[in-house]
Unconditional design. Structure first.
Length: 260
């Protein structure tokens, strides 16, 4: 069957084919790491030449939708999450928007004394008691980040987080702590051994180290989070608008994850 290509249109056939295959990948007809039919079968399906198929696949590879392995074939790539200015949501809520199940592996939780960096971020005296929660965050069972959250212990007496709960949901329902805004700072880095092992990536692989300070509606900082995020699963995308030009919705900027 020829498929959804129209040879009467002024749009090149390879571009039409690229759009069709991209739509099929985004709709999850083809799953991450699933092998696509070979060039001959795709050409027969759409009634085009193998040169046209090759051009379409090359464009999809350049866009990160597929990967081509010599001697093996063409496979659906694990697409990246895009990150940037966005709504303040929990990891659980963010993954839900990607139709992925968010889970966590708790590495440890305890009350410790704030060091200088944590005290400065939370506007607290040095050595103030701090509740610290360290977790591996997973999407669809795949490790995405190692996250360490610091919260003033006075705000969260007797807090204990389990692996099947959202920290933000507990903070809001039990402690009436409602995040209003946050500021995140991203740094490019190479994965060190402890994080690399937890994330299942090679030592030295590219990662983002991220620091976030979250504020309550009264502007009081109540959470300082340090994360190591996989660089092969996230990209940072920013929409830039010239002063005086029509501005886009600022929420259109985003840190995007591979949803395939």
């Amino acid at each position: 069957m020829a498929g959804a290509l129209d040879k009467t249109l002024p749009v090149p056939l390879y571009h039409q084919l690229q759009a069709v295959l991209k739509a099929e990948i985004e709709s999850r007809k083809w799953r991450a790491d699933e092998q696509l039919p070979n060039e001959t079968k795709i050409a027969e399906r759409f009634g085009v030449s193998k040169i046209t198929v090759r051009q379409a696949l090359q464009k999809l590879a350049e866009q990160g939708y597929i990967r081509r392995e010599h001697g093996r074939g063409t496979f659906v790539a694990r697409r990246k999450f895009d990150e940037g200015p966005r709504e303040l949501t929990s990891f659980t809520e963010e993954m839900r928007r990607h139709d992925l199940a968010a889970t966590s592996h708790v590495l440890g939780q305890s009350v410790v004394e704030a060091d200088a960096r944590v005290a400065d971020a939370l506007l607290l005296p040095l050595h103030s008691p701090i509740f610290v929660l360290k977790r591996v965050r997973l999407a669809g069972g795949e490790p995405m980040s190692v996250q360490t959250a610091h919260i003033p212990a006075a705000f969260v007496p007797d807090l204990k987080v389990t692996e099947d709960t959202s920290l933000y949901e507990v903070l809001q329902s039990r402690y009436q702590l409602y995040p209003a805004r946050a500021r995140e700072t991203y740094f490019a880095a190479a994965a060190e051994a402890p994080a690399a092992e937890l994330l299942g990536i090679p030592i030295g692989a590219p990662v983002f180290t991220v620091e976030r300070v979250t504020h309550l509606p009264n502007e009081r900082p109540f959470e300082f989070v340090q994360s190591v995020v996989r660089g092969d699963r996230y990209t940072i995308v920013l929409d830039l608008v010239k002063p005086g030009a029509t501005s886009r919705d600022p929420q259109s900027n985003a840190l995007r994850l591979s949803t395939s």
